[in-house]
Design a binder for this molecule. Structure first.
Ligand code: NAD
Ligand code: TYD
Length: 334
């Protein structure tokens, strides 16, 4: 297979590229990535010289480039996105441009070039927020609450319309919160770990009782592999780790594992529109594609802490640069 993977320099995309290269040695991969603040070529150091791997720096919303690049590929897997909720609250425009418009540009070129399969990597956040009971199912209503989740929902609806209108062979996946190595330290778990290593306060929003359903990034990548090879076109697959945790409990667990004191926790002003609970019903992908998550959260978190410990230069470089200005804006007066 010839795959076009977009956003392959990010957290999940880079993990997926490494997974595919290791598992299918006859597949070729083009990685199209704009290398925004979140993209990092170091994430692909291990495979950058692999003969089946090609990197192209560029924008998924660039029609001419995307038309050219989709010409000889069998499948497109669209990871490229602006992905951080707090940034979407500060500045929604780029989220609409990349996540909505970029997805449509990519779809249109893939359709023109008769690409056989298009996988849209979406998120459970499109479903909005749950009360204490219940789960997101594939037919749950789309009720996004942040500019980020609204832009992902918009993209999902365009993908759906390309299937319904043009019979374009697309599939949507909606996964819960990922954790693991190479995650940019603005997201909750790597922010906690890296701040704790530096003995800095760890910010917990609101009362800390918001719940997320956590999944290891490698389990997510195996699910996308299953969808790529066995998923039914026109279908949506929820992906989740069946692992609901309250933010405060994660903060305490990580500090304990790192031998740090809970006094590092600082409750800060809540995020506006903060979704209370996410929980995924992943029974469709389990039953129809035979996928299930393998990581145990406790073991996965220990491994993740170890990775951040052994790869300090990776995150110290990020934390000493441009990102710190964002950090100051975000947490300075909170
Ligand atoms: P990330 O922010 O780590 O990576 C995004 C990548 O996209 C970066 O490499 C960036 O350079 C690239 N990119 C951004 N704009 C681009 C553009 N216009 N053209 C080309 N490349 C561009 O994100 P992630 O956490 O790896 O998430 C990947 C995908 O998975 C996203 O679509 C996200 O919505 C989805 N998702 C993420 C999670 C999660 O917990 N992280 C959960 C479910 C779904
Ligand atoms: P995040 O990693 O931003 O993912 P998402 O908002 O897409 O679920 O946040 C995960 C949870 O952690 C969410 O409930 C917000 C919370 N959070 C904090 O409490 N403190 C922080 O500094 C961050 C970044 C997030």
């Amino acid at each position: 297979m010839r795959l076009l993977i977009t956003g392959g320099c990010g957290f999940i995309g880079s993990t997926f590229i490494k997974h595919i290269i290791r598992k299918y040695n006859d597949y070729s991969i083009i990685n199209l990535d704009l290398v925004t603040y979140a993209g990092n070529l170091e994430n692909l150091d291990q495979i950058k010289n692999h003969p089946k791997y090609t990197f192209v720096k560029g924008d998924i919303a660039d029609e001419n480039l995307v038309k050219e690049i989709t010409r000889n590929v069998d499948a497109v897997i669209n990871f490229a996105a602006e992905s951080h909720v707090d940034r979407s609250i500060e500045g929604p425009s780029v989220f609409i441009r990349t996540n909505v418009l970029g997805t449509q540009v990519l779809l249109e070129s893939a359709k023109e070039n008769k690409v056989q399969r298009f996988i849209q990597i979406s998120t459970d956040e499109v479903y909005g927020s749950l009360g204490p009971e219940g789960y997101f199912r594939e037919n749950s209503p789309l009720l996004p609450n942040s500019p980020y989740s609204a832009s992902k929902a918009g993209a999902d609806l365009i993908v759906r319309s390309y299937f319904e209108t043009y019979k374009f062979p697309s599939v949507i996946t909606r996964c819960s919160n990922n954790y693991g190595s190479n995650q940019f330290p603005e997201k909750f778990i790597p922010l906690l770990i890296t701040n704790a290593f530096e003995d800095k306060e760890v910010p917990v929003y609101g009362d800390g009782l918001n719940v997320r359903d956590w999944i290891h990034v490698k389990d997510h990548c195996k699910a996308i592999d299953a969808v790529l090879h066995k998923g039914k076109v026109g279908e949506t697959y929820n992906i989740g780790g069946n692992c609901e945790k309250r933010n405060i409990d994660i903060a305490k667990l990580i500090l304990k594992k790192m031998g740090k004191d809970e006094s590092l926790i600082r409750f800060v002003k809540d995020r506006p529109g903060h979704d209370r609970r996410y929980a995924i019903d992943a029974s469709r992908i389990r039953k129809e594609l035979g996928w299930s998550p393998e990581y145990n959260f406790d073991q996965g978190i220990s491994e993740t802490i170890k990775w951040y410990d052994e790869n300090r230069s990776w995150w110290l470089k990020i934390k000493s640069g441009e990102y710190m200005k964002y950090y100051e804006r975000m947490y300075g007066n909170r």
